[in-house]
Design a protein around this ligand. Sequence first.
Ligand code: MLT
Length: 264
Amino acid sequence: MNVQLHTIDQGAGPPVLLVHGFPMDHTMWRFQIESLAASHRVIAPDLRGFGQSPIESISSKIGVAMADYADDLARLLDKLAVEEPVTLVGFSMGGYISWQFYKRHRQRLRAMIQCDTKAAADTPQARETRFKMAEHVEGWGAAHVATLMVPKLLAPSTLQGNTKLVEEIGGMISRTDPVAIAAAQRGMAHREDSTPLLESLDLPVLYIVGQDDQISTTSEMQTMADAAPDGRLVTIPNAGHLSPIENPTAVTAAMEEFLASLPT
Ligand code: MLT
């Protein structure tokens, strides 16, 4: 399917492609877009069905594979005439998609930043939970998904001390098309184990994790960083899973330092 992705394309310089998580949209990167665009070309799409990008209703039944989202991104780079290799930044589901992008479009990559994500496939129990949501989300409505997910996405300090952010994230999830939610859940449930890829990554990789991330833990991400030949981990204080929004200053600084260190 040739999908037209709603995309922010801002700034000039080496290209950086920001891939959002589930069930979110490009606005989760707003702090990073603003800062990085001073020295880079920042490209931040809404994935198929998320934010302002369309999706076919049949996708809720058949799912969208991580490889399909990755191919959407490669087509987007063609459409935007981005010929230079990009630094690919994947957050959580965006990270699962990045592993597929690496496998399918390696020549388009300069470096990777993997943020609050995993390499492992789902456990059987996690897969069941995804299928349940995929089956029922159109009846429940996305607001119910927000109720289920928000407590897991944010650090206890954010949940207790930042009502505005809690409401903002809940609103973003509640506005998501249930078709996109079902499609992505099926795609994530079927995703392969990318752990074998880690030790063969032949490019610089920065791993970033919020210190209170309950979904992709610091120890899991440390293991990933240790396996990569040129990988390192930065742990973000005062943040859970949604570190790019919960502590944007620290995440953006880590990204900027890494980007500045890349060979030209
Ligand atoms: C995300 O933030 O993209 C999700 O937590 C990923 C997942 O459900 O595994």
